[in-house]
Write a protein that binds this ligand. Structure first.
Ligand code: KMH
Ligand code: ZN
Length: 279
């Protein structure tokens, strides 16, 4: 089995800074956290940004500055969320790629999201996918539900392969309204994947975090961890920072004899275009 790609999702859009002051919401906090996560074994960072009041935003200039700062100060693959928050309009989400990330998330269907709805109509997915192909941005297909696998298949059949020819998907399990964070649901999802898929990762929201990580490692999958998905390190013990979640994932991967891969190996696994400045 291959080594393990560790993705960190440090911030998300659904947790308030007031509730979790350790959440990295400023650019300085995000970059510092990203550096620590890279040192702990992460090779990809999934990014949501916040405004001066720590509220989720898709402000184009801020997105651009964030991509540049992460690219200058880390070697992580920079993946911007095109999901944003459940309140972001589709038009703003379609402008995210203007910031020229290495990768972008692309959710493969609408999902109930607690009391809200995370909207992803098929025409929006198609538009975003074609934009990613044209701009040579590698998508990570986010699968929140089994039906999303069918939508992914339709997308690949209709528009062909992503830039670089690799197809990487991420199972986001345990969202209230999506597929449960169980080993059974993950196995069903993996078994249904189209043949074009070259790599997959998985995350479990909240208490599903560790069982899903262990199952993914056992099945040859990769890992996503981070405070977007999990705010508790253990029962009664809040997460101190993202790096400790990455360090735990790396230790688990080591134990399973699938050590964390380097950023260079991750770039090759996902076939991202090299946008780093040459010196
Ligand atoms: N914040 C969720 C509504 C993504 O980043 O693409 C959507 C999300 C998925 O986090
Ligand atoms: Zn996200």
């Amino acid at each position: 089995m291959p080594g393990t790609l560790i993705t960190v999702a440090p911030t998300g859009a659904e947790t308030a800074k007031d509730d979790v002051p350790k959440l990295p919401t400023t650019l300085d906090e995000l970059v510092a956290e990203a550096k620590a996560c890279e040192a702990a074994g992460a090779s990809l960072v999934h990014v949501h940004i916040r405004d001066d009041e720590h509220r989720p935003t898709l402000d184009p200039q801020r997105l651009h500055d964030t991509v540049q700062a992460l690219r200058e100060q880390t070697d992580l693959i920079v993946q911007l969320s095109t999901g944003g928050s459940v309140h972001d309009p589709l038009e703003s989400r379609l402008k995210v790629l203007d910031a020229e990330p290495d990768s972008c998330s692309l959710t493969c269907g609408t999902t109930n999201f607690g009391d809200d709805v995370f909207l992803n109509p098929y025409p929006f997915m198609g538009q975003l996918y074609q934009q990613a192909q044209e701009r040579e941005v590698v998508p990570e297909f986010e699968l929140f539900d089994l039906g999303h696998v069918a939508a992914l298949r339709r997308l690949l059949d209709t528009y062909g392969l992503p830039y670089g020819g690799k197809v990487h998907v991420d199972f986001v399990t345990g969202v209230p309204g999506g597929m449960p964070g169980t080993v059974e649901a993950l196995v069903a999802g993996v078994q249904a994947l189209p043949a074009e898929v070259t790599s997959w990762s998985a995350t479990g929201i909240g208490r599903a975090h560790l069982p899903i990580a262990a199952a993914a490692l056992g099945m040859g999958g990769h890992l996503r961890v981070g405070m977007e998905d999990n705010l508790m390190y253990a029962k009664g013990r809040p997460v101190r920072d993202n790096a400790e979640l990455v360090a735990r994932a790396a230790a688990l991967a080591d134990l399973m004899q699938r050590p964390a891969i380097t950023t260079a190996e991750a770039r090759s696994l996902l076939a991202v275009r090299d946008r780093r400045a040459r010196s």
